[in-house]
Write a protein that binds this ligand. Structure first.
Ligand code: NAI
Ligand code: MG
Length: 361
């Protein structure tokens, strides 16, 4: 069965890293007979320049029709003076996430043994680290209302947001996390602040109820302040973490740093049917754009996630992940992951090295 993939390269280093990722995608398409139909479209600043909108109609239509979307990164100083709603991030990327209801954000944090030096923690604390953070992406305090800044009768100003999750929102992110845990180590830790916040008391209750449907997954609960501490004290105790939008935002960035470089981290944002958008965790890196310095591995690993989660092509996904490990074994490094004694390579040389490893497998 043919699958429709939409490629959105975006801005800055986006086109450079995407060129390498699409090489890998077409290699596995041929090798595994995936019958992929790949479209490309403009998004973000590139789309603003060409068509006056960060999310042109054609792009949005293709996004809705796609089985999966592969995104580079959007944004850059060139568009920073536009009104926020028209900027590449809000007008392009966030709009796709919201309109397609991509509520389930999966962020794996894996420390490749070859990069142990790059972590901010001691090797014995992080070696072998392989955790997955499942963050709710379209609800919680970032989206709840009422919200705003008002002036009270006293003349004092007051800022306010609303932290709200409906039961159905908790159920759908919970199910995604239990399913993900089932495919991995079988352990799920739900992170909340149920000792203080009612919304997360409901979160905890719903996770407990859901766990009856997943007897093969061991569910535990942790308060978010303790989770932050445990992530830097003993991160390997975790398998899958599920949490709300704001806690997930913070914890996933902390977890990312345990693994060394943001240039290594892929992500998935999924809807209820497993359709999704896949992208590196980093941004458009204007400081190194156009110089062939960007690490394309996060985007290449996002291709692997896409094959695994949206297309159920596990073998092809494993194949790509193994090739990335081989390239690291051979000592190829872009600047962000470089250390003494390794081979410093450009963006396209890194992509070529992955292709060579894929061919040799
Ligand atoms: P950034 O992630 O683009 O860059 C942070 C630092 O990491 C920079 O020093 C950059 O050179 C480096 N870096 C990032 N990706 C790298 C890679 N693949 N290889 C090597 N080094 C890499 O974050 P920053 O600088 O805060 O934002 C730059 C622009 O990107 C802004 O316009 C921001 O709004 C946008 N952005 C877009 C995102 C997206 O499209 N998903 C996410 C985050 C930021
Ligand atoms: Mg963040």
């Amino acid at each position: 069965m043919s699958s429709k993939i939409l490629v959105l390269a975006g801005d800055g280093i986006g086109p450079e890293i995407m060129a390498e990722a699409t090489k890998v995608l077409s290699f596995v398409d041929n090798k595994f007979g995936l019958d992929l139909h790949v479209d490309e479209a403009l998004v973000g600043g590139a789309a603003i320049d060409a068509e006056g909108s960060a999310l042109p109609e054609r792009t949005f239509e293709l996004a809705k029709a796609a089985d999966a979307i592969l995104l580079g990164a959007v944004g850059g100083p060139k568009w920073d003076n536009l009104p926020p709603a028209e900027r590449p991030e809000k007008g392009g990327l966030l709009k796709i996430r919201a309109e397609l209801d991509l509520f389930g954000n999966l962020r794996p944090a894996i420390l490749y043994p070859q990069l142990a030096d790059a972590s901010s923690l001691k090797p014995e604390v992080v070696s072998g680290l392989d955790i997955l953070i499942v963050r709710e992406l379209t609800g919680g305090i970032y989206f709840g209302g009422p919200r705003g800044i008002r002036t009270l009768d006293s003349g004092e100003r007051e800022g306010f947001n609303t932290y709200v999750y409906s039961e159905s929102e908790i159920v759908r992110i919970g199910r995604q996390a239990f399913e993900a845990a089932r495919k991995r180590g079988g352990r799920l830790c739900s992170v909340d602040k149920a000792n203080v916040l009612e919304v997360t008391m409901l979160w905890r209750e719903v996770m407990e109820e859901l766990s009856k449907d997943y007897p093969d997954v061991e569910l535990s609960h942790m308060y978010v302040d303790n989770a932050a501490m445990q992530l830097v004290r003993a991160p390997k105790q975790f398998d899958v973490i599920v949490t709300g939008n704001m806690f997930g935002d913070i914890l996933s960035d902390a977890a990312a740093m345990l693994t060394g470089s943001i240039g290594m981290l892929p992500s998935a944002s999924l809807d209820i049917n497993g359709r999704g958008m896949y992208e590196p965790c980093h941004g458009s890196a204007p400081d190194i754009a156009g110089q062939g310095k960007a690490n394309p591995l996060a985007t290449i690993l996002s291709v692997a996630m896409m094959l695994r989660y949206s297309l159920a092509q596990i073998e092809a996904a494993d194949f790509i992940e193994r090739a990335v490990e081989k390239v690291l074994d051979k000592g190829y490094r872009t600047g962000d992951i470089f250390s003494e004694g390794c081979k410093l390579v450009s963006t396209s040389e890194m992509g070529d090295a992955v292709l060579a490893a894929l061919t040799a497998q």
